[in-house]
Every structure is written in structure tokens, then in C-alpha cells.
Design a binder for this molecule. Structure first.
Ligand code: UD1
Length: 364
């Protein structure tokens, strides 16, 4: 029987997760695949560029919600998505990751009695101050199919009382994309950075509200980055939220004058992955980058108290530094001394997670 599947995306970290699922769906004749973009991210650098680089077809529907507070943004997505889903009458709504668009779409679909499939289910940081943690918990409880990236997620969902037959350990779709795109990513890096890529460098991304919305914390992070950049040149791809906070707090000038730091706008998928592939270390508060670094075996220094991806710690590549940025320099120094575990690998990171997801969706 033919199935209609509506996939929902909204923000940058959704795009590399949906790309392999859409590709796998398009290979199935007896399936209509429809893509809805909520418009949570709308800048070329955070949205369109990712569609182009990842070969994602233009969305069938764009809700164009834009930025706003959590309630406003989530509510606006719900308001605009509901009539679309009523008209489309899908068999499944697929949501990915943990952004506000994920939460809003899961709520709308569940209330319309449309079954929800959540890709990247079961991840928990156990920190409810992170908006993403609330989004994950709610999306999981509303989902009929929960596709999990790593074993800890399965245990967690069982502990939360989710019926076993809804839970499927499939691996990480983000790694499907990274594996498929790696050659192009390396070529993009070589073309864009020809003659100016330092032989050794650290790659930096920071955008979590807990790190960038508080002026004292952000200033302490700049102090730490300045010290670190005297040991290792740093390429810092600055998220729009972070740039806006740096400017508001009067810190932008100071950062832009640090000699060891190469400031970049938010980078496209290919350029960023290419840079990550060759980095000596990555310094981040992102979730997804911890997984990509673990797969690439690039040491990851995470400026957070918790991670929802414990496998990255078990594989030995990721170290949680906490939120006191003074932990950065000693961690970087021990890494540069070679005092770092030999990274392991996981069979789940094989590049076929999306195929497993689509086959389960179609047989459900
Ligand atoms: C969102 C996700 C976060 C993800 C991050 C990746 C939630 C709760 N958070 O955070 O999990 O890691 O995306 O980027 O969903 N802005 C622009 N251009 C855009 C979009 C946003 O300049 O295209 C600026 C606006 O000033 C906006 C701010 O960034 O107010 C924050 O955007 P928002 O989508 O609310 O959250 P992110 O911090 O990007």
C-alpha cells in the first residue's frame, strides 16, 4: 500500500539529518514524500546553503515562521502547520533532532492522530535548562516510532516507559551524510582555504544560550580562547546568535583583534565538515559536532556540563570540560602533549541508518 510521509525540518542541525532519509524515501516507488520547512532558520548561511550542498529538494511547504521566543516560535509553527497537515492527511510525520520545530511538529501531528516518527530519539542531557532537552522528552513521548542512534538511548526510553516495540536502534543519520559527503567536503576545504589553512588548527563553534547569552560567561570564554589560540591557531565560525551577543556586550572588537583567531561567518556544511576532518581539535558546545568529531576521531573539547551523546565519551574522543572556560587550556595542553585516549569506533556509524529507518517506516 502506498504511503504518504511528511518530513519536517526547521533549523540548521535538521538538514543533514533529513537529507539521507529523503534520498532513501525517493528510491521507494510506493511512497509520496513531502517536505515541510518551518522557516525557524531562514538565513542563506543557516538554511538555503545546506539545501543546496546536501542536494535536498526545495521544500513543498515553507511556513516562514522566523525567529522569536520559545513560546512564540513553537506556537507560530503549530498554528501554521496544523492546516497543512489536515490538508495533506499523511500516514506518518517524521521529525528529526531536538529543535523547536521538532517539538511543534510532533505536538501538532499527535493531536491530529497522525503517527509521529522521531529520528534521534532517546538522547538525554538530563539538563532541563537546555531547551533541546524539553523538546526531546516531549517529541519522544508523542512518537509511535522512535529511531535511536546509540544504545544508551534505548535504555533511557525503556526507563521512561516507552513500549519496546516502538524503539529501534538504527544508528546515526548525521553520519550517513558525513560519510557520503566527505570527499566533497575535503575538496571544498582545499579550494576555499588554498594557501591559508594553518598546518595545525582548532575549530571553534559556540551558540548555546548558557554560554553566549551571559556577558560574564562569554567574556570568560573569550579569555580562554585567547590563551588557547597562543598554543594552537583557532578557526572560529560564529553563529548569528553569538555574533549578536558579542556585539551587544561590546566584545566583538576584542575578539576580532585576537591574532591567533581566524573569525568566520557560519560556514556551509561542506566547508565545515572539511575543516573538521583535518582539525587537531574541535572546541564546541554543539551536540551534533560531538558525534561528527567522534566518527572522524577528532578530539572534541565540549564546553558543557553534560552530553546527550554518551557514546562520544565512551569512544574516548570527547571530553566534557564543564561550563568553566578555564578548563580549556589544560585540556588543550594535555591533548597537544599526546595525552589523549586512542579513539574507538562503533558499528552503528556505518552510513546506512536512513535506509534502516525508511524500511521500518514502510513496514510499520
Ligand atoms: C537553534 C536550536 C539549537 C541548534 C541551533 C543551531 C532550538 C531551541 N534551538 O538554536 O538546538 O543547535 O539552532 O543553529 O530550536 N538567527 C539568524 N538567522 C536565522 C535564524 C536565527 O540570524 O536564520 C538568529 C536570530 O537572532 C535568532 C537567533 O539567531 O533570534 C536564535 O535562533 P533560534 O532558531 O531561536 O535558535 P538557535 O540559537 O539558532
Amino acid at each position: 500500500m502506498s504511503k504518504k510521509i511528511v518530513s519536517i525540518v526547521g533549523a540548521r542541525p535538521n538538514f543533514m539529518k533529513i537529507a539521507p532519509i529523503l534520498r532513501a524515501l525517493s528510491a521507494v516507488k510506493e511512497c509520496t514524500s513531502i517536505l515541510v520547512h518551518t522557516g525557524q532558520h531562514y538565513d542563506h548561511a543557516l538554511s538555503t546553503q545546506f539545501f543546496q550542498e546536501l542536494g535536498i529538494p526545495a521544500p513543498d511547504v515553507n511556513l516562514e515562521v522566523g525567529s522569536g521566543g520559545h513560546g512564540t516560535q513553537t506556537g507560530e509553527i503549530m498554528k501554521r502547520l496544523e492546516p497543512e497537515l489536515i490538508a495533506l492527511e499523511p500516514d506518518w510525520v517524521v521529525v528529526v533532532g531536538d529543535v523547536n520545530s521538532t517539538l511543534a511538529a510532533a505536538l501538532v501531528a499527535a493531536k491530529l492522530h497522525i503517527p509521529v516518527a522521531h529520528v534521534e530519539a532517546g538522547l538525554r542531557s538530563f539538563d532541563r535548562r537546555m531547551p533541546e532537552e524539553i523538546n526531546r522528552v516531549v517529541a519522544d513521548v508523542l512518537s509511535s516510532l522512535l529511531f535511536v542512534t546509540e544504545p544508551a538511548g534505548v535504555t533511557q526510553l525503556r526507563n521512561e516507559g516507552i513500549p519496546q516495540d516502538r524503539i529501534h536502534l538504527v544508528g546515526d543519520v548525521m553520519i550517513d551524510t558525513a560519510l557520503a559527503m566527505r570527499p566533497q567536503a575535503e575538496a571544498t576545504r582545499d579550494a576555499r582555504w588554498a594557501g591559508r589553512l594553518p598546518p595545525r588548527y582548532g575549530l571553534v563553534t559556540l551558540h548555546r544560550p548558557s554560554n553566549v547569552d551571559d556577558p560574564l560567561q562569554l567574556e570568560a570564554i573569550l579569555d580562554a580562547l585567547e590563551q588557547a589560540s597562543q598554543r594552537l591557531p583557532l578557526i572560529f565560525a560564529v553563529h548569528p546568535r553569538t555574533e549578536s551577543r558579542l556585539k551587544t556586550f561590546g566584545l566583538w572588537q576584542r575578539l576580532s583583534e585576537m591574532p591567533g583567531i581566524i573569525l568566520q561567518p557560519p560556514l556551509g556544511y561542506l566547508e565545515f565538515l572539511g575543516l573538521l576532518t583535518r582539525a587537531t581539535a574541535v572546541i564546541t558546545d554543539s551536540g551534533g559536532i560531538q558525534s561528527e568529531a567522534a566518527w572522524l576521531k577528532v578530539p572534541c573539547l565540549t564546553l558543557r556540563d553534560s552530553t546527550e551523546r554518551p557514546i562520544t565519551l565512551e569512544l574516548g574522543v570527547n571530553r566534557l570540560l564543564g561550563t568553566d572556560p578555564r578548563a580549556l587550556l589544560p585540556a588543550l595542553e594535555s591533548l597537544l602533549r599526546g595525552d589523549w585516549p586512542t579513539p574507538g569506533t562503533s558499528p552503528l556509524l556505518d552510513g546506512h541508518a536512513a535506509e534502516r529507518i525508511v524500511s521500518l517506516l514502510l513496514s510499520a
